[in-house]
Design a protein around this ligand. Structure first.
Ligand code: PMP
Length: 451
C-alpha cells in the first residue's frame, strides 16, 4: 500500500469528524459516563474500538447491531466470537427467560446435566467435562489441573498466543528464546519465565527440544493462532506436537475458543487430533458467560486421584457461579438448538462467499494481501500468503491503515473486530451484508490516493 502516512492521517481525521457528527447520542453518553466509569466504559479495553468515542448499543440481533443514534451495522465482529452464532439466538433467549423464573444459581446441578454432558461429548469427542464462567477461567483451571496431575512445574505456549487473562500465558519470546513477561501486563510481580516456556508456532523441533527436559506439564495452544492475526498450522505441525507430547508425558491442551469457527468440534477435531484437554468459551453458550473444558477418561482418573490425595480445602479451581443454573440453561439450548449442522453449513457457505469476494477485490488491485479462513472466521492480512508464525504476522500489520479501515467501515455500517482485521460470519449473516462489505472494501481502496 503506497498511500503516504500524511494522506492516511488526513483521511482518518475526516472519518473521526464524520463519526462525531453522526453519533451525537453516543458522544453525549460517552461524556456523561466518564464521570462514574473508568474511561467512560464498563471495561477499559472497549477503548480498543476505532471510534473516537465509544459506540453505544441500543440493540443487537442476529448479525446486526443498532446503535443509540439509530444507525444499523452489519456485525462481522460478533462480540469477538461470543455472538458467533448470532446475537441472542432465539433458543438461548427462551431458555434464559424460562430459567430466570426458576432460579439463577444454587450451587447444585440441574436435571439437564446428563444431557448436556452427552452433547458436549458428541460435539467435541471428549468424554468428561467441567463448566466455568469464561474461557480465561477454563484455561486457568486446566493449567492448574495439568500441573497437579503431572507434578511438573512448567507450561509451553507459542509466541503470539492469547488465552485470556491467564498470567502464565501472557508472555513473549526474546530473540534468544528466553521467556519475557509481556511488557504490557499490569501489576505482575512474578517473573513468568519461572513457569512458562515460549517457542515459535509451526516449529516442531523447538517443541521437541523444550519437552525433552521432562519438566513441562502441558502444551497449551489454539490449533491456529487467532490473536496475532491468523497463523494456521502447517501440515503435520500439530500432529508432531501431539506426538512429542505423548513421548514426553506432556498433556496437550487445545483452546478452541476461537477456532470453534472451523466447524463442529473445532479445528482439532477437523484435523483428527486427540488432545488431553480441550477448552471452549465465548460462543459455546450463545454469548452467556459460560465456558467448558473437556478431558479424556484417563485424565479424569488422574484428576480424581490427585484431588482425593490432597488435603481438604481450597483447590484453587472453581468460582461460585461456575456451573450455575442460568449458564447451563444457555449451554444446553445452544448445544441442542443453535450449534446445529445446518447452522455450521450456513456459516461455512457465507464465509466462503465472503472470502471469494474479498479475494476478488484484492486481486483486482493486485495487492500483496491475503485472506486466511478457518470456517466462519477469516482474517484479511497485509501479506501475500498466510504468516507462519507470530513474527511474520506482526510484520504484515499496518496500524494506521487498519485504524482507518475500521473507522471508515464503521462510519458506513460495518463492524470489524478491533485489534485486527477479522471477519466472522454467523448463520444469520445474509448474502447482501457479505456483498456489501466486499463492495465497501473496494470503495475504501479506491479512495486511498497513491503517494
Ligand atoms: N482463548 C482464546 C483463544 C481467546 O481468544 C480468548 C479471548 N479472546 C480467551 C481464551 C479468553 O476468553 P474470555 O475473555 O472470554 O475469558
Amino acid at each position: 500500500m503506497k498511500t503516504s502516512p500524511e494522506t492516511l492521517q488526513a483521511l482518518h481525521a475526516a472519518e473521526v469528524q464524520r463519526y462525531l457528527d453522526t453519533h451525537p447520542r453516543s458522544v453525549a453518553l460517552a461524556d456523561e459516563a466518564t464521570r462514574h466509569w473508568l474511561y467512560g466504559l464498563p471495561m477499559h479495553w472497549m477503548r480498543d474500538w476505532p471510534a473516537p468515542r465509544p459506540l453505544f448499543v441500543a440493540e443487537a440481533r442476529g448479525a446486526r447491531l443498532r446503535c443509540v443514534d439509530g444507525h444499523v451495522y452489519d456485525d462481522f465482529c460478533l462480540g469477538d466470537t461470543g455472538a458467533m452464532f448470532g446475537h441472542g439466538p432465539a433458543p438461548v433467549a427462551q431458555a434464559l427467560a424460562l430459567q430466570a423464573g426458576r432460579g439463577l444459581t444454587a450451587m447444585l446441578p440441574p436435571g439437564t446435566l446428563p444431557d448436556i454432558g452427552r452433547r458436549l461429548a458428541a460435539l467435541f469427542g471428549l468424554p468428561r467435562w467441567q463448566v466455568t464462567l469464561s474461557a480465561t477461567d477454563a484455561n486457568r483451571f486446566v493449567l492448574r489441573w495439568a500441573r497437579a496431575i503431572t507434578g511438573r512445574p512448567k507450561l509451553l505456549v507459542f509466541e503470539g498466543c492469547y488465552h485470556g487473562t491467564v498470567d502464565d500465558t501472557l508472555v513473549d519470546r526474546a530473540d534468544d528464546g528466553r521467556t519475557l513477561t509481556r511488557a504490557s501486563l499490569l501489576g505482575q510481580v512474578q517473573d513468568l519465565a519461572i513457569g512458562t516456556v515460549v517457542v515459535p508456532f509451526n516449529d516442531a523441533a523447538a517443541v521437541e527440544a523444550a519437552l525433552a527436559g521432562g519438566d513441562i506439564a502441558a502444551v497449551l495452544t489454539e490449533p491456529a493462532l487467532t490473536n496475532c492475526g491468523l497463523v494456521p498450522p502447517l501440515p503435520g505441525f500439530l500432529e508432531a506436537v501431539q506426538a512429542a507430547c505423548r513421548r514426553h508425558g506432556t498433556l496437550l491442551v487445545l483452546d478452541e475458543t476461537h477456532t470453534l469457527s472451523s466447524g463442529p468440534g473445532g479445528l482439532g477435531r477437523r484435523l483428527g487430533l486427540q488432545p488431553d484437554f480441550l477448552v471452549a468459551g465465548k460462543a459455546v453458550a450463545g454469548g452467556m458467560p459460560c465456558a467448558v473444558y473437556g478431558f479424556t477418561d484417563a485424565v479424569a482418573e488422574r484428576m480424581a486421584r490427585t484431588k482425593e490425595a490432597a488435603p481438604e480445602g481450597h483447590s484453587g479451581i472453581g468460582t461460585t457461579l461456575s456451573g450455575g443454573l442460568l449458564g447451563l440453561a444457555a449451554l444446553q439450548a445452544c448445544l441442542a438448538e443453535v450449534m446445529t449442522p445446518a447452522a455450521w453449513a450456513r456459516m461455512e457457505a457465507g464465509a466462503a462467499r465472503l472470502q471469494a469476494a474479498l479475494e476478488q477485490v484484492i486481486a483486482a488491485r493486485a495487492l500483496p494481501w491475503s485472506v486466511t479462513r478457518l470456517g466462519a472466521r477469516m482474517e484479511l492480512q497485509f501479506c501475500a500468503r498466510a504468516p507462519r508464525d507470530a513474527r511474520e504476522a506482526a510484520a504484515a500489520m499496518h496500524a494506521p491503515l487498519e485504524r482507518l479501515l475500521h473507522l471508515w467501515l464503521l462510519n458506513r455500517g460495518v463492524l470489524l473486530t478491533p485489534f485486527h482485521d477479522m471477519l466472522l460470519v454467523s448463520p444469520e449473516t445474509d448474502d447482501a451484508a457479505i456483498d456489501r462489505v466486499a463492495a465497501l472494501l473496494d470503495r475504501f481502496l479506491a479512495g486511498l490516493t497513491p503517494a
